[in-house]
Ligand binder design. Structure first.
Ligand code: MCN
Length: 799
């Protein structure tokens, strides 16, 4: 019997290559004679463009072309609105190169193409743009007031979308409530800051009429579709490849960034390869960001802490445009009740234009904000009712027998009502309670306080709708001669380890070593049906598609082997790269079976020749291939999830706050989580850890700072503080595995989980730590040293 690979802790196939620097990222693709791009970007948040003069730049030695909105043909258009929703009134999207107006600092105004980047940058500085500055309002709450300067003067106000969703009967429930807790919370803007900035390179083969684009994107298939349609090419004449991608975290799935259209355009126009490698500053001012939301949340409860209604109103900063529609705000609004039974909900948001970098989903996509709101409110409710923070949660958690738990009226990002499919929420909280032992901790906390040290405990429970459709596919082929198994999907990996987990799924069905399964993704030539990597969906959607394909290939393999070995398929087992007659030493290798399933394949090596001596794969009279029979061992199948599947978890931490330095030290961090069946626990833990690191960034360090004129004033890693490994504590991770009934593998997604609850955990813990010194609550993240200093300054001693 071979060992089951699904669920095994296998190291990632790809790591040795990446660790020794042998990865191949867009900038590593050798393109002889490539031209390089530099953009002229708006220095103002809002301005009218009176004129653009490119003569000097064009005359600069080494410049091949200078483009503005006037010479980019069909590309002079508003980019697509990706996810329409009726609550948006005439949504605004960006143009590849500004026409008439600019809407944020960093917006692309002109593109210079030259022999190298230095020359392109020098020439870009010679492009003379005559701007007429316009007033701006950066503050979210002021931007919605009458008379605020408009981001889009042709739009009546700065409200891009306004949506109310109701579940149950909140008005009646509110009338019957014995207690109400009301708080206002704010999460500030951050950015994905992937290690590799965005990058695009393109080459056009005029003879073949083929456009090839290397793009550091999360969605090559969609990019290919867009390029084909805008350049009027057959899709098969456009190949988009996402080679190794150095992190994306949502930022690389905007579809389309201006450069993703303009670089291929220039390559076609100029007949030379063209390349754009975004630099770090451009990543800060030109690539999408996320997070700023201000929530006013109200919990209506009984005296015993049972929450009977929730009302939340929030403002969501969408930046200067809304290409991704209301995705972030919608996910926030439908995640707002977390894991709690709360039967009556009214949630309303306004998505607000501000003259800043465009907002699209960044790992977590609205969930960290919703989690911060509900979990901080739960803590406040506990405080007001004199209940323990664990207990108030326990009293409201959905019980195991209540699944699927429907929140009728709240439509999730897949357009379907929120339906939490499965889980063991009480067990998760119990595990955290055992790990953190709050009563024991109270003793330690007291002893520490007596010694002048401030320890605090915090916790936060989250849910995460994962695995969104519409579909993904998988193609599997066992190669003749070598017996290696090739798997193609339409997804891309930015570091999630798809090559290993998908290999595990296939290995189990075909009885081969994980290292003999080779995943090809991110290449439209290899597989060109599918969507993209986002919404923690690969395991659910591609994983199940690949599993389905593997089952078909398994069946074909067994049938062919049965013919060759003259036994029934039921008498066979697949293991160690061969089909074995059970209980005997008779076998035939997958290489031989795959070779034999094409009777006309010529083979030069001995083992393959031996294989061809077997009888044809199918014995029958008539032509070599019977009607409906296909040569080879391969199959393609697709999977389309019925709805999102909801993962969840609960995190807890013990922190120490130094009131003199206003510094937070995380002394212990515990994560209990459940993403259904785990394909590879090691990879799952890597994903959780990465998410927690990003969550810690958002909780304590990272804040995109705009001045009142809309200048992004910390567009570098000196002033925008990404945590290093030194800031990330060891994390104790415990798994629960509640299989979802929604897909055959019983898996839920995990890619975003880690980052969701961290801000609430840290805020809860810091508040707990500083209780003897201040009554202030921490309702705004990141909690910087200045925030702690301000709270202590305002402090009235608690006792
Ligand atoms: N997995 C598993 N068992 C499960 C669930 C998942 O073994 N029950 C594995 C998957 O097979 C996959 C990984 O865990 O290898 C993450 O799976 P999944 O949750 O399906 O997420 P995706 O692969 O779709 O990745 C997207 C998700 C998102 S939305 C962001 S943002 C994100 C993230 O993953 N960006 C990342 N993780 C990232 N990790 C890295 N290194 N870089 C990014 O840019």
């Amino acid at each position: 019997m071979s060992t089951k690979m699904f669920g095994a802790r296998i190291k990632r196939n790809i790591d040795p290559q990446l660790l020794v620097g042998e990865g191949s990222f867009v900038d590593d693709i050798p393109l002889a004679g490539a031209l390089h791009v530099a953009f002229v970007r708006s220095p103002f948040a809002r301005a009218k463009i009176n004129s653009i003069s490119t003569e000097l730049a064009e005359q600069h030695p080494g410049v091949a072309a200078v483009y503005t909105c006037d010479n980019i043909g069909a590309l002079d258009l508003e980019l697509p609105q990706l996810i329409p929703h009726p609550c948006m009134n005439s949504p605004r999207t960006q143009r590849p190169l500004a026409r008439g107006d600019v809407f944020y600092v960093g917006q692309t105004v002109a593109m210079v193409v030259a022999v190298d980047r230095y020359t392109a940058e020098d020439a870009a500085a010679l492009v003379d743009v005559d701007y007429e500055r316009l007033p701006v309002e950066i503050d979210l709450e002021k931007a919605i007031l009458d008379g605020a300067p408009l981001v889009h003067p042709t739009h009546p106000n700065n409200i891009a979308a306004d949506l109310v969703q109701i579940s149950g009967d909140p008005d009646s429930a509110i009338a019957g409530a014995e207690h109400v807790t009301k708080i206002r919370v704010q999460v500030d803007r951050s950015t994905a800051a992937p290690m590799e900035c965005r990058a695009v390179a393109a080459t056009f083969d005029k003879v073949m009429g083929e456009l090839t684009v290397w793009d550091s994107t999360q969605g090559p298939i969609a990019i290919r579709g867009g390029l084909a349609s805008i350049f009027n090419l057959d899709e098969d004449k456009v190949r988009v490849i996402a080679p190794h991608v150095g992190g994306g975290f949502g930022q690389k799935v905007l579809l389309f960034y201006p450069d993703e259209l303009l670089v291929p355009f220039a390559a076609m126009q100029l007949g030379r390869p063209v390349k754009f490698i975004e630099d770090r500053r451009e990543n800060f001012i030109g690539s999408s960001q996320e997070r700023t939301q201000i929530h006013e949340i109200e919990l209506y409860a009984k005296k015993n802490g049972e929450v009977i209604a929730l009302v939340d109103r929030f403002l969501h900063d969408t930046g200067a445009f809304i290409p991704y529609g209301i995705a972030v705000a919608q996910v926030a609004s439908t995640s707002i009740a977390g894991p709690y039974r709360i039967p009556n909900i009214r949630v309303e948001f306004k998505a607000v234009y501000t003259p800043t970098v465009v907002v699209t989903p960044y790992r977590g996509c609205g969930r960290p904000q919703a989690n911060f709101a509900i979990e901080r409110a739960m803590d406040k409710l506990a405080e007001e009712l004199g209940l323990d923070r664990f207990e108030v949660r326990r009293r409201n958690l959905i019980a195991d027998h209540e699944f699927p738990y429907l929140r009728k009226g709240l439509l999730f990002a897949d357009g379907l009502p929120v339906s939490l499919d499965s889980g063991q929420y009480h067990k998760a909280l119990q595990l955290l309670t055992e790990k953190l032992a709050p009563e024991e901790f109270a003793g330690q906390q007291k002893a520490a306080r007596d010694a002048g040290r401030y320890l605090g405990l915090g916790l936060s429970f989250y849910v995460e709708g994962t695995g969104l459709g519409p579909y993904e596919g998988g193609h599997i082929k066992i190669h003749p001669i070598t017996g290696k198994v090739y798997v193609n999907t339409g997804l891309t990996s930015q570091g999630q380890g798809h090559d290993t987990v998908f290999a595990q799924i296939v290995a189990d069905q075909l009885g081969v070593a994980v290292t003999d399964v080779i995943l090809v993704e991110g290449d439209t030539k290899a597989f060109d049906w599918g969507v993209a990597t986002f919404a923690s969906r690969a395991a659910v959607v591609s994983g199940n598609a690949i599993h389905k394909s593997a089952l078909i290939v398994r069946k074909k393999t067994l049938a062919a082997a049965a013919n060759m070995l003259e036994v029934s398929p039921d008498d066979l087992e697949l293991r160690d790269g061969a089909a074995w007659v059970k209980g005997s030493n008779r076998s035939v290798s997958l290489a031989a079976i795959a070779t034999a399933t094409n009777p006309l394949r010529y083979a030069f090596n001995e083992s393959a020749k031996a294989a061809t001596q077997f009888a044809p794969a199918s014995k029958h009279d008539g032509p070599p291939l019977a009607e409906g029979q296909h040569p080879g061992l391969e199959a393609t199948d697709y999977y389309s999830p019925p709805s999102a599947t909801w993962a969840y978890g609960v995190h807890g931490a013990i922190v120490e706050v130094d009131p003199d330095l206003c510094a937070i030290k995380i002394k212990r961090y515990i994560c209990i989580h459940d993403c259904g069946n785990m394909i590879n626990p090691t990879i799952v833990e890597g994903q959780v850890m990465g998410g927690i690191a990003q969550g810690i960034g958002g909780a304590m360090y990272e804040r995109i700072e705009y001045d009142t004129e809309g200048n992004l004033i910390n567009a570098n890693f000196v002033d925008f503080l990404v945590p290093y490994a030194t800031e990330i504590p060891p994390v104790e991770i415990l798994h629960l595995e509640t299989p979802t009934p929604l897909n055959p593998l019983g898996v839920k997604g995990v890619g975003e989980a880690g980052c969701i609850p961290v801000a609430a955990v840290i805020a809860s813990a810091v508040e707990d730590a500083l209780r003897p010194l201040t009554h202030e609550h921490f309702y705004h993240v990141p909690i910087t040293p200045s925030a702690i200093h301000a709270a202590l300054k305002k402090a009235a001693p608690a006792n």
